[in-house]
Design a protein around this ligand. Structure first.
Ligand SMILES: [Zn+2]
Length: 88
C-alpha cells in the first residue's frame, strides 16, 4: 500500500481582489484522470487545513507561490535590475 501523501499549495483566494492566496499545504485526497476534448486531464481532489476544498484539473490547482505572495517582490533580482534601468 502506498501511504505517501502529496501536497499542493492551497490555491484559495483570501480576499476579493485575488491578491492573497491561502497557501497552506492541501492534501491530495484523490487523483483521477478526466476526459476532455483536448485529451485526458490529470485531476485531483484537495483539501487544506482551513477547510478549502477543490476538485478539478491539476493545472487549475497549481499557482506560482513566489509571484503571488505579498512582500516577496524584492527576492526577484530581475525586477530590481529592470527598476534600476528605468530610473536612470
Ligand atoms: Zn486553503
Amino acid at each position: 500500500m502506498d501511504a505517501s501523501v502529496m501536497f499542493l499549495d492551497c490555491p484559495a483566494y483570501m480576499d476579493r481582489s485575488g491578491a492573497a492566496r491561502c497557501g497552506l499545504p492541501a492534501a491530495v485526497e484523490w487523483r483521477y484522470t478526466m476526459n476532455s476534448t483536448d485529451g485526458p486531464l490529470e485531476s485531483a481532489m484537495i483539501r487544506c487545513p482551513r477547510g478549502h476544498f477543490f476538485n478539478g484539473p491539476l493545472e487549475s490547482l497549481l499557482w506560482d507561490k513566489a509571484a503571488a505572495a505579498p512582500g516577496q517582490q524584492g527576492t526577484r533580482s530581475t525586477d530590481a535590475i529592470r527598476g534600476q534601468g528605468r530610473a536612470s
